[in-house]
Design a protein around this ligand. Structure first.
Ligand code: PLP
Length: 419
């Protein structure tokens, strides 16, 4: 359990025992734990736990004990070595952390589990949030699990699957003729008016706590995969970045692990991947700015990347600089191509955001920024099932079971395309 909440800009302390949103300076609040006193919390203790969910790291999450968690079994997602096939073979050590295996099929489950756990403990009865889609579905599910109400504001062209799952979860959904930052403004006004708790990412302190567990898990996953008794971090992490909560969370996890004495000071180079049509963090990185501002006319089919303004922009700028990382865009065409390559060459049916990081990795390899001998991790942040409306069924062949020449029909079908 944390014992402090600190402003990420000024370091000013805020009361950890009461509900908090942004800091008094209007910036994200970060939970701090008495890490130096946690001598019994070791990697071996974690390894021996039967719970494979993210709550096996409960000492660094906002609970006194794991049975307080509002959980659907989030975390403990597959860590998959890429099969050396097609362009994947150009990398010697390429890994995919498949967050689509989470409850509600995305990494948003981790953040919602932590944030709704803490909100429930502090007596919240209604949460409200703006979402690009996946956070909405996750919030609805965890609110249902907690027995509290959930109000969601999403852009009107949010993937239908996200809207339907939110409604099914009992949330009240508002479709807004705007982008996620417009939804955020309306959500804030509604929270002020109706007394709901604003669960916008990084505008309350605990979604990031859930998402940071990706960083903890990665160190265990890579060590296990390499047969090492010491925790291991990769050389490069590519992360599809909207609000950046996962990126900031993982960086926080690495710092905590160092303070716990679990790892040294070596860090992965962190890569922000955004869509060409919505790239505020890449633009700020290229200009050397710490603040990113609003990206005008944001547009991409990767809905999770359609975040024109991020409250954690300055934190991402610091991470990119400190880690020696970089920030890169891909086009919608490239990211869809990447998504299909992951599906057809690796069997990983991921969200378009995963296709984006894969194509970004290839480009960085071409540029020599990534070396083929390096340990590289791609974050597949969600499952494709939410994005099936972007796919087509080309190549599907209709077969008449009553045909007198069934096998000949089948053969003709096969010859229609390369198979
Ligand atoms: C599948 C997917 N990937 C990536 C993102 C961006 O995540 P973050 O806000 O942590 O940058 C989102 C956010 O909606 C998402 O749904």
């Amino acid at each position: 359990m944390h014992d402090k909440l600190e402003c990420s800009l000024t370091g000013e302390s805020h009361d950890p025992a009461v509900l908090q949103g942004l800091s008094r300076a209007g910036k994200p609040l970060l939970a701090r734990y008495p890490l130096h006193q946690m001598r019994d919390f070791t990697p071996d203790v974690v390894r021996r736990r039967q719970d494979r969910s993210m709550w096996r790291f409960h000492e660094v999450l906002p609970v006194d004990s794991p049975d307080q968690a509002v959980s659907l079994g989030e975390g403990g997602t597959p860590f998959l070595r890429a099969i050396p096939r097609g362009e994947f073979a150009r990398f010697d050590h390429l890994w995919v952390k498949d967050e689509g295996a989470n409850p509600t099929q995305s990494f948003k489950a981790r953040g919602m589990s932590a944030a709704i756990t803490r909100a429930l403990a502090l007596g919240v009865r209604t949460v409200a949030l703006p979402s690009a889609g996946n956070a909405a579905g996750a919030a609805a599910a965890y609110a249902a699990r907690a027995g509290i109400k959930c109000v969601i504001f999403v852009p009107e062209d949010t993937p239908p699957a996200n809207i339907l799952e939110s409604v099914a979860g009992g949330a009240r959904v508002f479709l807004v003729n705007g982008l996620i930052n417009d939804c955020g403004r309306i959500c804030r006004a509604a929270c002020d008016e109706f007394g709901w708790f604003d669960l916008s990412t990084l505008k309350e302190p605990f979604r990031i706590e859930g998402k940071k567990t990706m960083g903890y898990e990665l160190a265990f996953d890579l060590a296990e995969a390499l047969g090492s008794s010491e925790l291991q971090l990769p050389d490069v992490i590519l992360y599809p970045t909207g609000g950046g909560t996962g990126l900031i969370g993982m960086w926080k996890a690495f710092a905590e692990m160092q303070q716990l004495g679990w790892i040294g000071s070596k860090r992965p180079r962190m890569v922000v991947v955004q869509a060409e049509g919505c790239a505020p963090i890449v633009r700020a990185f290229e200009r050397g700015d710490r603040e990113a501002g609003v990206f005008a006319n944001a547009a991409t089919i990767a809905s999770g990347l359609r975040v024109p303004a991020a409250v954690g922009d300055f934190l991402m700028a610091d991470i990119l600089r400190e880690s020696g990382g970089t920030a890169i865009t891909v086009t919608d065409e490239e990211l869809m191509r990447g998504t299909l390559e992951l599906s057809s060459e690796q069997g990983i049916h991921g969200a378009p955001e995963a296709g984006a990081v894969w194509r970004a990795a290839v480009r960085l390899l071409d540029q020599g920024w990534i070396r083929s001998s390096e340990q590289v991790v791609l974050f597949c942040t969600g499952a494709a099932v939410k994005y099936n409306h972007l796919l087509d069924a080309d190549g599907v062949i209709r077969l008449n079971q009553n045909s007198s020449q069934l096998l000949a029909d089948l053969k003709a079908g096969l010859s229609q395309s390369e198979f």
